[in-house]
Design a protein. Structure first.
Length: 266
């Protein structure tokens, strides 16, 4: 199981690193489209009580400690600190579904945990379709990332809206060469396609990081279990040697005592 967990960590971390190059290209394309676009950047006017949603990536398997419990508490604290109420929740994993259902949040939509890199893309596509259907103003992501001796630490990120702060960050991205690009076709269509790609990347990375941290937590738990077993075996061996030596000492003492008594009687 340790070998399986270690190999799983490697494939998910490699997926995140590989996707980073694609993410850089998409952000550069977004910067070009935003610079050429003449329409207002912020398309959605914020409402006084925004419709908020949350996506929480959890785990279905054991040997992960408080992987799900600590993330749920982290998400609840973050959501309760925001104005208004959370109306839509998507959770990945049956164990996370049970925890969220008991937390006071709206009944969550449960999604299966992907067990390979190839299964992440269909899950992300389904989440994006559901998000588009509810038309939420704000969407927040919650997942665990690899960190420290426990193997994980809770992370949060706002997926939507792509507001003025996000646009300012994108517009600050420089083009890597002196040859300035041009948008083929309409800028609006290219911008829409790049925004979809950006949302896909963010969700894919969050899911892959969650899976990597889950396996890192499982690997750390198994290593701690092995260390505990080794300590218990060492203690039992010491106890066995001590009892064995005490038994030998008692037998020798009986032999010596018998010899002395026979000598004195003679």
């Amino acid at each position: 199981m340790k070998a399986l967990a270690a190999s799983s960590i490697a494939q998910y971390e490699h997926a995140v690193e590989s996707l980073q190059h694609y993410s850089t290209a998409v952000e550069q394309g977004l910067a070009v489209c935003l610079r050429e676009s003449e329409v207002p950047r912020v398309a959605v006017k914020p409402r006084s009580a925004p419709a908020r949603g949350a996506v929480i990536f959890g785990s279905d398997q054991g040997l992960v400690g408080r992987f799900n419990e600590s993330l749920v508490q982290f998400a609840l604290d973050a959501l309760h600190a925001l104005p208004g109420a959370t109306g839509h929740v998507w959770v990945v994993g049956e164990r996370m579904q049970e925890l969220v259902a008991d937390s006071g949040l709206p009944p969550p939509a449960a999604l299966p945990v992907p067990h390979s890199v190839d299964a992440i893309a269909p899950l992300v596509s389904r989440i994006l379709i559901d998000i588009a259907a509810v038309r939420a103003d704000e969407i927040y992501l919650f997942h665990n990332g690899s960190s420290g001796s426990t193997g994980y630490a809770p992370v949060s990120r706002r997926l939507l809206p792509l507001d003025a702060v996000w646009q300012k960050h994108i517009l600050a991205i420089p083009w890597p060469t002196k040859a300035l690009p041009e948008v083929i076709g309409t800028t609006a269509a290219a911008l829409q396609a790049l925004v979809r790609a950006h949302l896909f990347i963010v969700l894919f990375q969050a899911c892959a990081q969650s899976l990597a941290s889950e396996n890192a937590s499982r690997l750390a738990a198994m290593q701690r279990a092995e260390d505990n077993i080794a300590k218990i075996l060492e203690e039992l061996n010491r106890k066995f040697r001590r009892v064995r030596q005490e038994t030998i000492d008692e037998e020798l003492f009986d032999v010596v005592s018998g010899y002395e008594s026979m000598t004195h009687s003679a």
